[in-house]
Design a protein around this ligand. Structure first.
Ligand SMILES: [Zn+2]
Length: 71
């Protein structure tokens, strides 16, 4: 699935609506940045091998503008 402008907008609105852009739990900075492009978390059975297979979780990285903590 392509991350179209419409999809990006809907994701950002949903994140904001659900209150996920909270002050940082590490430094309490109140500015969070949604990183683009979006990321995916690959599912792997063997931690000693890096591979990118079809099993993955599409994800959104929210980064604290103060300390860089990623949620
Ligand atoms: Zn922070």
């Amino acid at each position: 699935m392509e991350f179209s402008t419409d999809l990006k907008s809907r994701i950002k609105k949903t994140i904001a609506k659900k209150g996920l852009l909270k002050p940082c739990t590490n430094c309490n900075h109140d500015e969070a940045i949604i990183i683009e492009p979006f990321i995916r978390l690959d599912l792997q059975d063997d931690s000693s091998v890096l591979s990118s297979g079809p099993e993955a979780i599409p994800s959104i990285a929210i980064v604290c503008a103060g300390c860089g903590k990623i949620d």
